[in-house]
Structures are given as structure tokens and as C-alpha cells.
Design a protein around this ligand. Structure first.
Ligand code: HEC
Length: 102
């Protein structure tokens, strides 16, 4: 590591190749990690869903359309986000149903 540093982010490993150029390699360990969040437990009206189905199922859903940071900066210095529905593996067709008020 000390003699050959690498940067892991946004699904890629970056390092200097033998020619001293930055090489970008797709790498599983650079993916965003899923983990259960058991801190900041809420109660009452702060609980998602406590105000009904439209907490999630609505046109501008803060649940399904929530942005998830995948990479803090791409090659142009811009953050890369995907939306929660993509992360959950939901397709476009199903998303359009889920964004209807239930
Ligand atoms: C915390 C967010 C959340 C709340 C609140 C919520 N849902 Fe959902 N709902 C989901 C998710 C996520 C899915 C997709 C599950 C899957 O298929 O993996 C879903 C799926 C559905 C589907 C299936 C849609 C389809 O076409 O496949 C129906 C119907 C539905 N919900 C109705 C309701 C109703 C009625 C309520 C209120 C009583 C409700 N939901 C509250 C998150 C929520």
C-alpha cells in the first residue's frame, strides 16, 4: 500500500500503472455498501409511513426518488447519484405504478 497507493471509490479502483498513467478498474470492493441503520430510531409522526401510504407512494416520493451518493466526484468533479428505486432493483414500469397514490 505504501509503495503503491490506490483510490477506491464509485465502483472503481484507481492506481498508477507502470507508465505512470492513472488506470481505472471496475472493482466490487469500491461499491457502495448496504447496511442496516439501527441508530436514530424515530417514533410517532417521524416514522416513515405514519402519515399513510403517500409517505412513499406519491408523485415526488421522498422514498423512491431519494438520491443515493455513489461517488463523491467523477472525472469532471461532479457527484454521482442514483435514485433509491434503482438501488432497490425496481424497473421503470413498476416505478410508475409505485409513484401513484395508494
Ligand atoms: C416505507 C415506504 C412505503 C410505505 C409507507 C408504503 N409502501 Fe407500498 N411499497 C413500498 C415498496 C418499497 C414497494 C415495492 C416492494 C417490492 O416489490 O419489492 C411497495 C409496493 C406496493 C404495492 C405493489 C405495487 C406494484 O404495482 O407492484 C402496493 C399495491 C402498495 N405498495 C400499496 C401500499 C399501501 C396501500 C400502503 C399504505 C397502507 C403502502 N403501500 C405504504 C413502500 C412503501
Amino acid at each position: 500500500m505504501a509503495s503503491h497507493p490506490v483510490l477506491m471509490k464509485g465502483g472503481f479502483l484507481y492506481h498508477l500503472d507502470k507508465a505512470g498513467e492513472v488506470e481505472k478498474i471496475k472493482h466490487g470492493q469500491a461499491e457502495v455498501l448496504d447496511f442496516s441503520l439501527s441508530h436514530n430510531v424515530m417514533s410517532g409522526t417521524n416514522v416513515i409511513g405514519s402519515r399513510g401510504c403517500k409517505d412513499c407512494h406519491t408523485k415526488n416520493s421522498p422514498f423512491f426518488l431519494r438520491k443515493i451518493l455513489i461517488d463523491p466526484c467523477d472525472e469532471n468533479g461532479n457527484p454521482v447519484y442514483i435514485e433509491n428505486w434503482e438501488r432497490l432493483g425496481i424497473d421503470q414500469e413498476k416505478l410508475s405504478r409505485l409513484l401513484l397514490e395508494q
